[in-house]
Design a protein around this ligand. Structure first.
Ligand code: GAL
Length: 675
């Protein structure tokens, strides 16, 4: 697998398998094994929501069905990814210990039901998880089929306001600040008479105290990680050689995944692009690419795509079926970006419950004779030919920063312009310039990461910049690094307090400028930027800059509203040499045309190269995984790419191609240089 701990299969191909839902249908269970062989399935996730089946009352266990499931899969050639069941609690537990259910800010205990909604602080819940996890580890830890722990399911950062959580928050604050005096200073409680004189007065539901809200988000994320550590302790003790993962989601669930990723052996995530929601899938493909690169970058290692839908989902307004070709294309996109697996939710469609119409490898029709099954099986054969990429890294010289905590602080902020903040979207927009150009790019979830390996680091809207990070960025640039930052960067420090004396905070001399003010560009206004004689649109935000050494690469064509000293020709993009490096600054949001032109120039100048020498057509993505090139066509039409004088081996078709690459619509070709 990926972390070298198990030395097991190459690329994984499998699904969530809800065996317990089919115990009364032995013929279905037999059929599953046959179909799994046919589809090239080599690893399945089991037990994710099985707590009530495994423990019908406190201490009353039923492992016989799971024993049988393990044996059958083992004999059939599948490895097991065994889940711990804490994602959904059994009714008896909520009944016996109401504290396991979360509480809302107005003091209402949530009724039992749903999933992913336990109190993370509850001692009773933690004890119950440790008990069942210990049993699972002792019973299956040495089973030859066991490959990986899948801990819980999709942890999130939805806060619980019960007395246990609030008390734990107070303890967390005492550790962080040491005294109420320090806390009051950090939270700027002189504002609106918010000064606290006792820890017990602090209740974190006042959106007007930004420092408190940000700390509450940090605490909630940290408490989830703490919960994870407690629930994994028995796994670490009993099965030290079995790696541990937990399935992350798209990065907007209130968890600092960059922090969380330090605690898992292998990063894994659930990938659900909304294919065919729009007439073109290109934006969706860009988004999926961004998320894959984010998950790879947490550890700088291959990750697992541990869930994806083989067909339509059932939770969008309209969940379209995947067009023919899209399943293979989107699955290979994950592999191209560093995934070592294609796993599905779900193997077999459930008969009842809220997800009974969610896509699956085997539908209610119950046969392998379907379009979906055929694509899944075809992908199974393809993955077997790609096992060579398992250890192959993606080597990126450029990185876009997507900082979780800065994103939270920006979301909390009341700015002159609030509707267009869109932090994640803006990070993706900058990343898009690299994606379209075929330039390998990491997406770093925190500025604590090491920057030295990068030639270029992009900071889109990095609103919260900790003092120590600013100091590290200064050193990085001074010693030859290149940074590109935008409007709304370095506005507040790590306590969410505004920098005084000019932004980007603590770095004005490095950028050779200070922002005098930021105006909102209203939807009815037209603002433009001229760069190298070409005109581009400026959108959403525009800074009025005071230069102190930076040179101007592009200018606004209209004066910015409200500022006498910002006539037409005021600077829109600047560059400043600092030490051996360069700091670029983009004073406005722009469209992809300007970003492509700007980063094209910056990358060319600083030696950040695309992975292929030929021009990549719009809608096509080229990814380099250790010299294996994935050419992915997300458009609705076939594409021909000219690569004159170059020869490649087509890995899937075992053929040599030269001078041109032909791609079907939603087609993919995987090649290596041949000459
Ligand atoms: C995931 C979840 C699965 C299933 C799936 C449906 O987020 O982990 O259990 O609900 O969504 O798309």
């Amino acid at each position: 697998m990926t972390d070298g701990k198990s030395g097991e299969p190459g690329l994984l191909h499998g699904a969530d398998y809800n065996y317990e839902q089919w115990l009364d249908f032995p013929e279905v269970l037999d059929q599953d094994l046959e179909y799994m062989r046919e589809a090239g399935i080599n690893a399945v996730s089991i037990g994710i929501f099985s707590w009530a089946m495994l423990e019908s009352d406190e201490g009353v266990y039923h492992f016989d069905w799971l024993d049988e499931c393990f044996e059958r899969l083992h004999k059939n050639g599948q490895k097991v990814i065994l889940a711990t069941p804490s994602g959904a609690k059994p009714a008896w537990l909520s009944e016996q210990y109401p504290e396991v259910c979360q509480m809302t800010a107005d003091g209402r205990r949530q009724p039992h039901g749903g999933r992913h909604n336990h109190c993370r602080t509850s001692k009773k819940y933690r004890e119950a998880c440790v008990r069942i996890n210990t049993r699972l580890a002792e019973r299956y830890g040495s089973h030859p089929a066991l490959l990986l722990w899948h801990v819980s399911n999709e942890y999130n950062g939805v806060p619980c306001y019960c007395p246990h959580c609030i008390a734990a928050f107070h303890e967390w604050l005492k550790k962080r600040y040491g005294s109420l005096e320090a806390l009051n200073a950090a939270w700027y409680t002189s504002f609106w008479s918010h000064c606290f004189t006792a820890w017990e007065q602090i209740f974190p539901n006042d959106a007007s105290i930004h420092g408190m809200i940000l700390d509450w988000q940090r605490f909630t994320s940290g408490q989830t990680i703490d919960f994870f550590l407690e629930e994994t302790a028995p796994l670490r003790r009993v099965t030290p050689d079995i790696p541990i993962t937990t399935n992350f989601q798209r990065p907007d669930v209130g968890l600092d995944y960059h922090e969380f990723a330090r605690q898992v052996d292998i990063v894994s995530w659930d990938n659900y692009p909304r294919w065919h929601r729009e007439a073109s899938d290109v934006d969706e493909a860009l988004q999926a690419a961004f998320f894959h690169d984010l998950h790879r970058s947490y550890k700088g290692k291959p990750f697992l795509m541990i869930e994806s839908s083989p067909g339509a989902t059932n939770w969008q307004e309209n969940s379209k079926a995947k067009k023919s070709g899209m399943h293979i294309l989107s699955s290979l996109q994950a592999i191209a970006h560093g995934s070592n697996s294609v796993q599905y939710f779900q193997w077999r469609q459930s008969r009842g419950g809220i997800e009974k119409f969610h896509g699956a490898v085997i539908s209610h029709l119950g046969t392998a004779d379907t379009g979906i099954f055929r694509e899944v099986a075809a992908l199974g054969s393809i993955l077997q030919k790609l096992n060579g990429v398992v250890a192959a890294p993606v080597d990126a010289k450029a990185a876009v920063i997507y900082d979780f905590q800065s994103g939270w602080a920006l979301d909390n902020a009341q700015l002159p312009g609030n509707v267009e903040k869109n932090y994640q979207k803006e990070c993706m927009a900058h990343y898009g310039a690299f994606w379209r150009a075929g330039i390998p790019c990491d997406v770093i979830g925190s500025l604590d990461a090491a920057f030295e390996k990068y030639a270029l680091i992009v900071l889109p809207m990095l609103y919260m910049l900790r003092e120590e990070t600013a100091a590290r960025l200064r050193r990085y640039i001074d010693t030859g690094g290149v940074v590109a930052a935008t409007y709304l960067t370095g506005i507040v420090n790590g306590n969410d307090l505004c920098y005084l004396g000019g932004t980007p905070g603590n770095l004005t001399d490095v950028f050779g400028l200070a922002v005098e003010s930021t105006d909102v560009i209203a939807a009815y206004e037209k603002r433009h930027i001229v760069m190298d004689g070409k005109t581009f649109q400026a959108l959403a935000y525009a800074d009025a800059l005071r230069l102190s050494g930076a040179s101007v690469l592009a200018e606004f064509t209209e004066s910015l509203t409200g500022f006498e000293n910002t006539p037409a020709n005021s600077p829109a993009i600047t560059a400043h040499q600092y030490g051996a490096g360069t700091a670029y600054y983009l004073a406005a949001r722009t469209g992809p045309d300007l970003l492509d032109a700007f980063y094209g120039g910056v990358c060319g100048k600083h030696g950040v190269k695309p992975c292929v020498p030929w021009e990549i057509p719009p809608g096509v993505s080229v990814q380099d995984r250790g010299g294996t090139l994935f050419v992915l066509n997300f458009t609705e039409y076939p594409v021909e790419i000219a690569c004159k004088g170059l020869k490649y081996r087509d890995i899937l078709n075992d053929a040599i191609i030269c001078d041109r690459i032909m791609l079907l619509s939603l087609g993919v070709i995987i090649i290596r240089r041949y000459n």
